[in-house]
Each structure stands twice: as structure tokens, then as C-alpha cells.
Design a protein around this ligand. Structure first.
Ligand SMILES: Cc1ncc(COP(=O)(O)O)c(C=O)c1O
Length: 450
């Protein structure tokens, strides 16, 4: 490839870095924009906050993806979390192919659902029963419906910067794409629907205490490790304080582990931090790369769900056999000894490497890692909540870093307010290549910071 001056979208240059062509992605994106809003099926994929053209992906294998122009990237997005075994893992592919031959959907019970349900309930003892749905949005939406029914109360407390999917009641100070695009709370969501949604700052148990003391709250819903405002860890004692407040006030504690379940530890954040929520939302990893999600929890609550009880919730493709087969295979693979220790070593190696480059270049940066999730902020000090993230994160630095990494063959989420992941297919070689790319990309950040 011709070696040229490297241009970031922020007009800085460093010598001797090849510029990759993505002409076919550009053509496809231009066509897609005529056919679909923003050219995408989910907003953050459109690169709005970092500028430039999203790469159209032709295929993925292991830890890497290849775009339609033939460029390969080490992938730390992993379809926004599900692919803990990497792309096209042979065991997952075999399970899906085998099930496809037997039929793709029945709209009737299959044993696969019970098999995946058993794996989940054995791994997360707080989940005594589970209901499968097709997306994390549905899981969170259904969990609060159940919490309202079980408590006879209507208010829900969520945390600013946490994302629980796009159900109306949650589109208040939401993270992920809502944060990335800097959207005010979405038009089309009526004031009535969000009147029952109360918000508190993440890591602020006192604020939750005040809300639960003054109002009848059905549920406190939290990402126990916040992954949708960048990666923000719970401060020591925060989750336990939520548990205590909820127990004291008869409020249900809902852990939204759509991202963290089978990700930060095999048993999710509830295992890692030793907290038993009343209800849990799962998604991403449990579908092994196919659309599956779930909510579950204590039997006394779950028995209220139709048809066992009156709380209605249903889905044509819920418990889809292909997704169940992919999920079962994925959970079996990651249950093998040593998997999470290996994933954890990789995320610490990545954050240490990035810190080393930033320190050498005198660029303010903070990082965090938990299990197979990692993240970083171009900020001078650790971030504890969404207000701090918005106030301190340098988005120009992030944009320059993001594009330089992409050009060096590393794919990160195109937003400063997302998390990164690793898979079991990342290895020393991919880590070394990423370390090298980080060094180059930090130099680009240094140039834009001058
Ligand atoms: C914590 C959390 N909850 C819910 C969702 C929504 O899941 P889905 O995109 O499958 O609807 C997400 C998606 O990123 C998430 O991270």
C-alpha cells in the first residue's frame, strides 16, 4: 500500500502511516442513506459523533472483521458486546447450522429454551425463573412492567447516562446513542409516559435514598457496571447501598445486565460484587450473536408473568431455537476453566498499554477494565457519573484517536460514551498489534492537542 501522509478527520498529520481506502464503504453508505434513516439500522453505527464514513463489513473471523474494501480490523466492538467468543466461532456456527437444518422457528416450546434457562439460573442464583425475549429493550421494558405489577407502584428510578434500550419510559437522560448524539430526551415520548421516571446520578446512593423515601418507587433499575456512558465502575458500597435502600423501602432492585451479564464475570456483576437483585435483564452474550435476551428473578415475581400470572408479555420469535442454540454453546464455552482469568488479563494489558502511551505523550487519559470490558476517557481524572463524563471528556481527542486507530486497523466503538470488549479469540498477537496502533494514535492526539 502506498505510504502517504496520514490525515485524520481533524486535519492533523503524521508522516509515514499508510492511509487505507474505503471507497466501496463510501459508495454503499451514500446509497444506504437514501434508503434508511442515516443509512443505518441503529444510530451510533453512523459515525455521527466522530465524523467520517462507517465501514461496511463483509465478514468477521475470530478477533477481526474485514470491510468491503478488503481492510481488516482487530475488533473491540464485537457487535456491541455479544461476541465473547469472537466472530464465527466454529462451535457456535456448527450449533446454528445444525439447528437450522431442523427448523429455524416453531412458535412452540422447544427443549433448547429450558437448556439455556437452566444454564442461566445455575450461573446466576438470583434468577430463579427466566422469560426469553428478543432484545435488551424488551427485557428492560418487561422487567419494569413486572416490577410495577408486583409492587402496585408506578415510579421507576434510573441513573443518568445508563441505557436500558429505547422503550419510552427509559428515554430520559439515557446513555449510549442518546448520549453520543447529544439528543435531548426523544421527541415522540409523551410527558405522561416519562412522568414516572425519576433519575439520579450514578454512584450517588444518597440521591436514591431521597427519592425512595419521598415517593412510592416500584423499582430502581441500574447497569451495575455502567457501560453506556463510557465504562464507569460502581464505587465501593454503591450497589450494596442500593440493595439496602430497596429492601428497606419495598422497592425492587433491577440489575440491567444486558451488557455485563456473562461479560464482567461468568455470573455477571451480581456475582462479581456479591449483590442479589430482585430482577435481572440479560441480552447480548446469552444469544451468542443472535437476537436473544431475557429477564428473570425471584420465582414469586416471575410467576406473575403470563400465562402463569396476569402480567402480559409475549413475542413471535421469543426463545428462537437458533438463538437458543448459539446462546447455549456460547455459555458452555465461556464456562470452561480459566476463560475469565484470560479475558481479564487482556483487558488489563490493553488499558496499561494505553495509559503508558498517553503518559509518555502527556495526554490526559483515564482507563478502566472489568472482566472482558474495558474503557477509557480522554479526561484528566476518573469519571464517576454522566455529568462528569460530559463535562470532562475531550471529544476532539477521542475523535482523532478513534480515526487513527481505525486507520491503523483497530475498530473501536465510534463514540466516547461506549465501552470496548475483548473475546476469547483476542491473543498476544492482536494485543501487540493494538499496542502498536495505540502508540501511533496517541501521537495523532498529541498533534491535535497542540
Ligand atoms: C445495559 C443495556 N440494556 C439494554 C440494552 C438494549 O438492548 P438491545 O439493543 O438489545 O435492545 C443495551 C444495549 O446496548 C444495554 O447496553
Amino acid at each position: 500500500m502506498e505510504r502517504t501522509k496520514f490525515m485524520t478527520s481533524h486535519t492533523s498529520t503524521i508522516d509515514d502511516v499508510p492511509t487505507r481506502s474505503f471507497a466501496r464503504s463510501e459508495r454503499m453508505f451514500s446509497n444506504a442513506q437514501q434508503l434508511m434513516p442515516g443509512g443505518v439500522s441503529s444510530p451510533v453505527r453512523a459515525f455521527r459523533s466522530v465524523g467520517g464514513t462507517p465501514r461496511f463489513i463483509a465478514h468477521g473471523q475470530g478477533a477481526s472483521i474485514t470491510d468491503v474494501d478488503g481492510n481488516s480490523y482487530i475488533d473491540y466492538v464485537l457487535s456491541w458486546g455479544p461476541l465473547i467468543l469472537g466472530h464465527a466461532h466454529p462451535a457456535v456456527v456448527a450449533a446454528i447450522v445444525e439447528q437450522t437444518r431442523r427448523g429455524t422457528t416453531f412458535g412452540a416450546p422447544s427443549e433448547l429454551e429450558s437448556e439455556l434457562a437452566a444454564l442461566i439460573t445455575h450461573t446466576m442464583p438470583a434468577i430463579e425463573m427466566v422469560r426469553f425475549v428478543s432484545s435488551g429493550t424488551e427485557a428492560a421494558m418487561s422487567a419494569i412492567r413486572l416490577a410495577r405489577a408486583a409492587t402496585g407502584r408506578s415510579k421507576v428510578v434510573k441513573f443518568a447516562g445508563c441505557y436500558h434500550g429505547h422503550a419510552d419510559a427509559f428515554l430520559v437522560q439515557a446513555g449510549s446513542g442518546v448520549a453520543t448524539l447529544g439528543l435531548p430526551d426523544s421527541p415522540g415520548v409523551s410527558a405522561n409516559v416519562v412522568a414516572d421516571t425519576l433519575t439520579a446520578p450514578f454512584n450517588d446512593a444518597n440521591a436514591v435514598e431521597a427519592l425512595c423515601a419521598s415517593q412510592q418507587v416500584a423499582a430502581v433499575v441500574v447497569e451495575p457496571v455502567a457501560g453506556n456512558m463510557g465504562l464507569v465502575l460502581p464505587q465501593p458500597g454503591f450497589l450494596q447501598a442500593l440493595r439496602d435502600i430497596c429492601t428497606r423501602t419495598g422497592t425492587l432492585l433491577i440489575f440491567d445486565e444486558v451488557m455485563t451479564g456473562f461479560r464482567v464475570a461468568l455470573g455477571g456483576a451480581q456475582e462479581l460484587y456479591g449483590i442479589q437483585p430482585d430482577l435481572t435483564c440479560l441480552g447480548k452474550v446469552i444469544g451468542g450473536g443472535l437476537p436473544a435476551a431475557a429477564y428473570g428473578g425471584r420465582r414469586e415475581f416471575m410467576m406473575r408473568v403470563a400465562p402463569a400470572g396476569p402480567v402480559y408479555q409475549a413475542g413471535t420469535l421469543s426463545g428462537n431455537p437458533l438463538a437458543m442454540a448459539a446462546g447455549i454453546t456460547t455459555l458452555r464455552e465461556i464456562s470452561k476453566p480459566g476463560v475469565f482469568a484470560g479475558l481479564g488479563r487482556m483487558t488489563s494489558a490493553l488499558t496499561s498499554a494505553l495509559e503508558r502511551h498517553a503518559t509518555l505523550a502527556d495526554i490526559p487519559l483515564v482507563t478502566s477494565a472489568v472482566g472482558s470490558m474495558w474503557g477509557f476517557f480522554f479526561a484528566p481524572e476518573p469519571i464517576h457519573n454522566f455529568a462528569e463524563a460530559k463535562a470532562h471528556v475531550n471529544s476532539v481527542h477521542f475523535g482523532a484517536f478513534f480515526h487513527a486507530m481505525l486507520n491503523a486497523g483497530v475498530s473501536l466503538a465510534p463514540s466516547a460514551f461506549e465501552s470496548a470488549f475483548v473475546s476469547t479469540m483476542h491473543d498476544d498477537q492482536t494485543l501487540a498489534a493494538t499496542d502498536h496502533a495505540m502508540g501511533q494514535a496517541i501521537q495523532v492526539v498529541r498533534e491535535v492537542s497542540r
